[in-house]
Unconditional design. Structure first.
Length: 303
């Protein structure tokens, strides 16, 4: 399928619709092990404030014994059933790209998609992970030292964050991944856009001089508990940014805080990417502070 760049679609807002007929929106999330996702509650509650009736369906590959190979079928079904679009998460953020009709400039640059908008029968891939991570990071860690940053994980989330942290001004980025060739490719991709500021690295040598660590692998999720690296590599002067948000206090977050590191938990990115996705799906500008407060309440009640 040929991919083309498209500008974000212009979508009618609720102000153009009859107040006696609430607008109905159907969206979903495609991924594995997503039953505890807070995205349905987050999107549905924000939609209520905008006078919409939004239903957010979890499409869990684990529950249906499916795999990313079923993405064409799932996307076709979403299109037929009138979905406004779908969020996409692990392990489908890169696998979904060949099945889309077009990509936003952001998604094309990052090589990963977390939001698929369906308009006029066309599937358009977007990426709100990078902007979402930056939103949460700058709120949680203002003035963070970006001289030497380590990014652990070069998958879909890692790719988006690599672009975002370089845009924030990171001077040097070491990318570490279980697949060294994937880290090397991501480094080459971002260097082509932002200058020679990134390299594929090895975790111990990269951490030796790091001012901060961004963790962008699934390790630490409820279904993949544990630590993504030897905590002996952390130092109190470093900051640590986590992307896993369920649980919010991952083993890495706990270890970093205990050591005295400044920490940004995964909630910031979770809310930030949802803010961007909500606007793409509905055409309405969400209240980011309201969504963040709602997210924190949801996390507290789930403990």
């Amino acid at each position: 399928m040929s991919l083309q760049l498209l500008d974000p679609p212009v979508i009618p807002t609720t102000s153009t619709m009859s107040s006696t007929s609430p607008r109905k929106v159907l969206i979903g999330l495609i991924g594995a092990g997503i039953q505890k996702s807070l995205s349905p509650a987050l999107h549905e509650e924000e939609a209520r404030h905008h006078g919409m009736r939004l239903h957010y369906q979890l499409i869990d590959l684990d529950r249906s014994a499916s795999s990313p190979e079923q993405l064409p079928t799932l996307l076709s079904a979403a299109r037929i059933m009138g979905y406004a679009g779908c969020n996409v998460t692990y392990p489908c953020k890169q696998a979904v790209i060949p099945h889309l009709d077009s990509l936003s400039e952001e998604a094309r640059a990052m090589g990963a998609v977390n939001t698929v908008v369906i308009r006029d029968g066309k599937l358009v891939g977007h990426n709100t992970d990078g902007s979402g991570w930056a939103w949460g990071f700058t709120r949680a860690l203002p003035g963070a030292d970006l001289r030497r940053v380590v990014l652990l994980g070069a998958g879909g989330a890692g790719a988006a964050i690599a672009h975002a942290v370089l845009r924030l001004g990171a001077q040097h980025l070491s990318i570490v991944d279980a697949q060294p060739e994937r880290a090397a490719q991501l480094a080459a991709d971002v260097n082509a856009l932002y200058g020679a500021r990134a390299e594929a690295g090895e975790i111990r040598s990269a951490m030796a001089h790091a001012t901060g660590l961004i963790h962008a692998t699934p390790t630490g999720m409820d279904k993949l508990p544990g630590l993504p690296l030897d905590v002996g590599l952390l130092r109190p002067a470093m900051w640590v940014s986590e992307v896993v948000y369920f649980p919010l206090d991952t083993a890495l977050v706990q270890a970093a805080r205990a050591l005295g590191c400044r920490v940004s938990d995964g909630g910031g990115m979770a809310v930030g990417q949802a803010v961007g996705a909500f606007e793409l799906f509905t055409g309405e500008a969400p209240d980011a502070a309201r969504m963040d407060a709602h997210f924190r309440r949801l996390v507290s009640s789930a403990r």
